[in-house]
Design a protein around this ligand. Sequence first.
Ligand code: ATP
Ligand code: MG
Length: 355
Amino acid sequence: VPRVLSGIQPTADSFHLGNYLGALRQWVSMQDTHDAYYCVVDLHAITVEHDPATLRRRTKVAVAQLLAMGLDPDRATVFVQSSVPEHAELAWVLSCLTGFGEAGRMTQFKDKSSKQGTSGTTVGLFTYPILQAADILLYSPEPGEGARAVPGGVGGRPPTGGPALRVPVGEDQRQHLELTRTLAQRFNHRFGETFVLPEAHIPPGAAKITDLQEPDAKMSKSASSPQGIIDVLEEPGPMRKKIMRAVTDTGSEVVYDEEKKAGVTNLLRIYSALDGTTIPDLERRYAGSGYGQFKKDLAQIVLDTFTPIRERTLKLLDDEARLDRVLAHGAGRASRVASRTMDAVRDRVGFVGRG
Ligand code: ATP
Ligand code: MG
């Protein structure tokens, strides 16, 4: 079975529609076809200023949402990054293989640090992509592991039969995944075959959801304004209002045009991704009916998707003991894999070990 690894930051009180369509929906479907590892990356969340009590609460709400979306802790390994110290340890080793200029080319750092102002920017925000590389590579299947001949290959892989490591991420993380591949290759080259090269799994169509108020910027937990973001845990009333007030343009035609109609295009993508109707079919359906009806129908679809998730999340949050059990179980499962990888890394790098 191919392996899948992905993470999400507990940087807000709720996940949003972009997280859901760009990543989380795939997490749920991939738990059935993959050996799945999903983590709430709290080490990443402290790369920007944070409050400890808020982080703790958000981490639990994050896990509750993942379960509410359908992740099953028996089928998938669901855990919190800081519970597995090997993440930070491997990040250190990889940071010693990363060029300073190479890290400086990461566009997420440029975006986020410019928003924080240089005085608020930390070295942790700078090395964020290296920690992300560690998150992924720790769960690398062993290069020989499961190396059975697979006729024709799986999921577009060449038919080498090697083990696969897939990473479902939104378009915004493509550059970080490229860096991860580069670092894996570099490590393998210098110290011997250790890591399988991860592959980005970017769902077509729903790859990037933009801010409802600024349709040229990505919808983001930490950067979007409340009016620009649709939270999974949003109450129905405000959710409807936000969609009705989403920025469109002065025209009235529901047509897909990334350049001239970025707002409408974003709404069309969301509609199509949630409802399964193709974009050309939606354009035909709403020809001549204006934006009002289109937005109203879209709001209903979003509500129908998120209401059950919201209700299940609230229920799960009522049972803190159960959540804690899920986290302990996940941390144990993740640790078994991570410690095995890290043993190999320590040995290959030349650390003597505790004897
Ligand atoms: P932050 O603003 O704190 O960085 P975020 O909204 O970017 O939060 P992350 O936790 O960084 O969310 O990312 C979690 C996952 O969601 C990643 O796989 C990322 O690619 C995906 N993702 C984030 N924003 C979007 C978006 N607007 N459209 C599609 N996918 C997204
Ligand atoms: Mg992000």
